[in-house]
Design a protein around this ligand. Sequence first.
Ligand SMILES: Nc1ncnc2c1ncn2[C@@H]1O[C@H](COP(=O)(O)OP(=O)(O)OP(=O)(O)O)[C@@H](O)[C@H]1O
Length: 259
Amino acid sequence: MAELSIERLSLSFGGLAALSDVDIAVPAGEIRGIIGPNGAGKTTLLNVVSGLVRPTEGEIRLDGQPLTRLKASEVAARGVGRTFQTSLLFKGMTVLENVMAGMHQGLRASVLGAAIGLPGVLREERQARERAREALAFVGMLSFAERDGASLSFGQQRLVEIARSLVAEPKVLLLDEPAVGLSPPRVAELDELLRRIRDKRGITIIMVEHVIRLVMGVCDRITVLNSGRKIADGTPDVILADPFVKEAYLGKSPDADRA
Ligand SMILES: Nc1ncnc2c1ncn2[C@@H]1O[C@H](COP(=O)(O)OP(=O)(O)OP(=O)(O)O)[C@@H](O)[C@H]1O
């Protein structure tokens, strides 16, 4: 299990401070929620951690090793996985192939090698398939393996996207609004899936989410951002009782009771 620390992180877009001096320490094996009103900087935070955007200042460390100046592919190779707020699966590819696309470079090369019939790679390709099938079973989507990825509902695609991130065997998984498009019973299943990802796979989870019932139910701790600043950090009970949080987020946001 791995710990992730974010230290004094700041990022400005032109004159706008999207993140200001943000400190977040996520211990190994924790499920951490990141909440805040629209435009608070939550997705920007995930973009900086995953190496898609360079911070103006600050440091990000995985088990003490700096990630801050690495490219996104290098951050992924160190063990930081990611799903996106609105991403869709590749069209014209089956669900299984979509999951296989999440594997590391070496395995992807062998999948390509198998496609053009290179000797010696067929066994590896079978193993890659097996791993992808196992990840699909883990998220409860194995029966969709041979369907076209684009034919799935948005919520189902989000689950497949989680499977795709799992085949890379991340140490830390960043999830951007994984509950979007899920009905309440599916949200309850996602709650259970997140716990299994942590408990069975030993993955630390950092989740940006607006569905408050999910965040309060599954997260060990919650960090609240508002206008790029951290305004609170604590257990769900502490966050629910915090008057600043109520005012900045829970009281005002139409999303607060969306679940
Ligand atoms: N590439 C960019 N260029 C300029 N400004 C940006 C860029 N990305 C984000 N911003 C701005 O940074 C601020 C934080 O945006 P961000 O998307 O991180 O918020 P968020 O908390 O994820 O919001 P939401 O809940 O709506 O997804 C916003 O004011 C946004 O307009």
